[in-house]
Design a binder for this molecule. Sequence first.
Ligand SMILES: *Cc1c(COP(=O)(O)O)cnc(C)c1O
Ligand SMILES: [Zn+2]
Length: 427
Amino acid sequence: MRFQCIDCQAELSIDEARNPYICSCGGLLDIVQDFRSVDTERLKREFDNRLSERLSPYASGVWRYKELIHPLLPDAFMTTKYEGNTGLYSSGVLASYAGVRSLMLKAQSENPSGSFKDNGMTVAVSHGRSVGYTRFTCTSTGNTSSSLAMYAALSGCSSYVFLPDRGISMNKVLQTLAYGAHLISFPGTYDDGIRFSKMYSEALGLYVCNSVNPFRIEGQKSILYEIAHQLRWQLPDWIVVPGGALSNATALGKGLKDLYELGFIHKLPNVAIVQADGASPFHAMVEGGLSELKPEPNPATRASALNIGNPPSWKKALQYTLKPTQGITVSVTDEEIMDAKAQVDRSGIGCEPASAASVAGLRKLAGQGVIDKDSTAVCILTGHILKDTDSIREYHLEEETKGRFPNSFHYSKLDEASITRFLQTAR
Ligand SMILES: *Cc1c(COP(=O)(O)O)cnc(C)c1O
Ligand SMILES: [Zn+2]
C-alpha cells in the first residue's frame, strides 16, 4: 500500500503520508494497492468462509474484504459495528417506475448509523487510532458526522464536528449530538469547513475523517464488493449512484477496478452518477466537455446530502469511475428526487432524499433512451428513511409542498360501520 498524489503523481510510503492526506502541491492523496501477490481463488474462498462469522471483526461487511481494503491494519485497532451486510432488494414496481427490465436496490441505509458513510468511517477511524490519534474531526451536512460520532464513541475517542449553519437535516444533527460529538456550528457552507480543516487540522491534533481521507474511500469500495459477492460475481449492466462530494462514486470505480484486475469479474458495468440540479458542478463539467470543475458557489437542493458545490473527489471520480466504465452523469430536479423517494418508500425499502436521486436519475436516463430499457441495474440507496423526517412531512402532509404520490391520515370514529365503510374504499 502506498500513496500517490492525484495532481503531481508524487509517491509517498504509508509512513510518509500524514493527516489530512494533502500533497505539498495541494492535491489529494490516493491510496494505491498492489494486488499482484493475491491469489484470487484463495481469496474468494476466504470471503465465502467469512460469511459464517458471527462475532469477529470479519463478520463486518467491510472487514470481510480486509485484504482489498486495508491489509496492513492490525486487528487490535479495528473499530467495527458489523457495518455493511446490507440488503440487495429486487423490485419489479421500481423497475417499471424507472423504466428498465430489472432493478435492484442496495440499501446502505441499513448501516448502523443509517448511511453508507459507515463503510468508510470504520476504516478511517481504525486507521487514525492505529497511528495514535484520539481526536477525530469532520465537516458535515449530517451523515458523515453521525457516523464519525458513533465510531469515536464506540472506541472511547472524541469527535469534533464542524456544522454549516444551513442546508442540514435536524435528524442527523440530533443523532450526532446524542452520540456525544462536540458540535461546532459555524456561519458558512460545507466547502468553507473543508477548506478550514485541510489547513488547520494537523496543527490542532485532529484526524480528518472527511472523504479527503483516502481510507474512507478504500472502505467504501466494500459496497461494490458486497453487491458483486451477493450476485455471485455477476454484475448488472448499470450501477447508479448519487454524487455529492463524489467519494462514493470514486469508491465504486476503484472497487470495480480491483475486482476486474483480480479476475473476480470479467466485464465492467456502466456507471451513472446522479447529481441534483441545484448542486451539479460535476455533471455540468462532463456535459460541457470541460477539463476543470467549476465550483457552484451557492449549492441548493432539498437533498441535503447532495448540497455540495465543490466536490473534493471530482478528479478521482473522473479517473476511476467515469472514464473506465464509459460512465455518464445526469442531474435531476428536487421534484424528481422526492417523487422517486416516495416510490422507494412505499415499496417498503425506504431511503432519504439524496438516495432517491439514483432512482430518479435512472428513470430520466431510461426515459431519454440513454440507458436501454432492456437493461438490468442496481441503484445504491445511501441513507435511511428516518434521516430527514421533515422531507416526509413536507411531501405528504403540507399543501404547498405536497408531491405527486402523497399519503395522508384518515379521520374516523372508531365504530364498526365507519371502519367497514373505510375499508371498502381503501386498498
Ligand atoms: C454523503 C451522502 C451522499 C453523497 O456521497 P458522496 O460520496 O459525497 O458523493 C449521498 N447520499 C447520502 C445519504 C449521503 O450521506
Ligand atoms: Zn502533489
